[in-house]
Design a protein around this ligand. Structure first.
Ligand SMILES: [Zn+2]
Length: 282
């Protein structure tokens, strides 16, 4: 495996994005890896701290290593949305090549200080660090416009944050939210362009599931270099599994009932790799 720093710098210099997929088990991991290999694309596998608890750090690192050895494409294993520096250090020591420290709920100065500490530990071990400034969420009915605006990433603060923390990539809040959207999301492309013009490091778009393709493509044109896909993978897997089991209520062989779910995940992954623009960029 390699650090996602190398993958993301290449993406920034080539003006495309890499699709990063949240995986939960062997089946989802193999499916996205197969999609990336078939399209000759670089791949960032990512897991939340909850998935580390679910599947186990050693299992995840071993599976990602196997995928890297089997597929002949650049693969990084990234820890997504970690708020616990202790867990970040465990994952770095256990084979993760990329981590996100998420201090977006902290006051600005505190976010800088803890992110900086994470960067020092990670960089000494060749691991890249993503951090977040601003709050993801999207426009909720009960928040007024000024609260919504202030939750988005401020371009000037982004410059200071990147300089003082030494991070390798920055997750920006420009209007996306995690999970499914109630209506069509509204992305602040002008804000994204302003951040891009001031900050050199690669920019990351969280909450990229359930966003219309043309909006992702435009965000990539405006400077996004990593799109995070979690919900769309989970939905493809479970919908295909539900349908298979409904049609084959007596089936008890996981090699059979998982196979259509894996095909569904692979199809979604191939589509996302296409709109990210990282096909043939391995
Ligand atoms: Zn996220």
């Amino acid at each position: 495996m390699i650090s996602s720093k190398e993958i993301l710098i290449k993406a920034r210099d080539g003006s495309y994005a890499v699709a990063a997929f949240n995986i939960h088990n062997l089946e989802t991991l193999k499916s996205v890896a197969q999609a990336a290999a078939d399209l000759n694309a670089p791949l960032i596998l990512q897991t939340t701290p909850g998935t580390v608890r679910h599947a186990g750090l050693k299992y995840l690192a071993a599976m990602a290593n196997a995928a890297s050895q089997e597929n002949g494409i650049p693969i990084a294993l990234h820890l997504d949305h970690a708020e616990d520096v202790g867990l970040i250090k465990e994952c770095i020591d256990g084979g993760y090549t990329s981590v996100m420290y998420d201090g977006s709920k902290l006051p600005f100065e505190r976010n800088i200080a803890v992110t900086r500490e994470t960067v020092e530990y990670a960089h000494a071990r060749g691991v890249q660090v993503e951090a977040e400034l601003g709050r993801l969420g999207g426009r909720e009915e009960n928040i007024d416009v000024s609260d919504y605006e202030s939750s988005l990433t401020d371009p000037e603060a982004a410059v200071q944050f990147a300089e003082e923390t030494g991070i390798d990539s920055l997750a920006v809040a420009i209007g996306t939210a995690h999970g499914l959207y109630k209506g069509t999301p509204k992305l602040d492309y002008e804000r994204l362009k302003q951040i891009k013009s001031r900050v050199e490091i690669p920019l990351v778009l969280h909450g990229a599931s359930d966003v219309p393709d043309e909006m992702i493509i435009k965000a990539v044109d405006c400077g996004i270099n990593k799109i995070n896909i979690a919900t769309d993978i989970k939905i493809a897997f479970v919908n295909a599994l539900r349908q298979y089991l409904a049609e084959h209520p007596d089936e008890n062989d996981p090699r059979k009932y998982f196979s259509t779910a894996m095909d569904a995940v692979k199809q979604v992954a191939e589509h996302k790799i296409g709109i990210a623009g990282c096909k043939n960029k391995a």
